[in-house]
Design a protein around this ligand. Sequence first.
Ligand SMILES: NC(=O)c1ccc[n+]([C@@H]2O[C@H](COP(=O)([O-])OP(=O)(O)OC[C@H]3O[C@@H](n4cnc5c(N)ncnc54)[C@H](OP(=O)(O)O)[C@@H]3O)[C@@H](O)[C@H]2O)c1
Length: 262
Amino acid sequence: MKYYHNKRILVTGASSGIGIAFCRKLASFGADLVITARRRDRLETLARELQAQYDCKVMVIASDLSDPDGPESLFSEIEKSELRIDVLINNAGFGYNGAFVDGKYEMYEQMMQLNMNSLVKLTRLFVPRMIEQGHGGVLNVSSMAGFLPIPFFSVYSATKQFVINFSWSLWNELKGTGVHVSVLCPGPVDTEFFDVAKADKAKAAFRGVQAPGTVAVKGLAGLAENTPLKLSRSLLRISYLLSRLVPIRLGLMIGRLAMSKQ
Ligand SMILES: NC(=O)c1ccc[n+]([C@@H]2O[C@H](COP(=O)([O-])OP(=O)(O)OC[C@H]3O[C@@H](n4cnc5c(N)ncnc54)[C@H](OP(=O)(O)O)[C@@H]3O)[C@@H](O)[C@H]2O)c1
């Protein structure tokens, strides 16, 4: 994709799953990268792989984005290196599948901090420079779990709905500035997400689990085209349209069936 050629892209959550897939695709499109997550060893391994295969520049910054100071420290470190970020990919995130009262509040707090606050903070920190230079992009990773409220996935689905609404608004606000905004909504993807979320991958399988590479390409195409909301597969269009049409109580029944562990 030409849109990414010679651009410098910041990818959060680059140590696993969809984040690694974004980085591999971007490097193959001729982009340079700044990659971040908490597990530095994994980031360094990925950086070596990409530099060897594509001869691109990859800067590794380990950061914890569930720490309220995480986004600001990441921004300062990039500023210190005098690197200009053309595209921000807010991909880091995690979920929890279980009864709301069984989850620790501290875990929910970290999830809200990572999935929403740090995403907004990084966007607020990087977008002004993009507007100034007249081009740039923000790709936010949400989920089909953000289409409707989902029992037993309650905090996660709420954070992902936040990401969808925020992205739509920002896409509209930034029209005419040269800055693209897109939100990617995947269905189930074959990553470590299910282990982290204590969710049942086999149960998700009947909805069709996608490969991270396929999902990453959809997201990158969405941002390049400045499509405000991009679904990871066409079948999801039915779920998306139904979520706008069905009464919320029916949506809750479907969500409960999909995510309840009983
Ligand atoms: N897999 C799915 O079925 C699916 C479906 C829809 C949407 N999504 C969304 O896709 C995005 C990527 O998830 P994935 O499926 O690739 O899951 P994953 O394999 O578990 O990757 C999650 C990434 O987020 C990073 N991360 C987690 N906590 C962090 C923290 N506190 N600070 C900084 N980075 C942190 C992880 O790195 P470290 O642990 O090294 O920090 C990892 O790189 C998430 O936003 C997720 O909600 C996934």
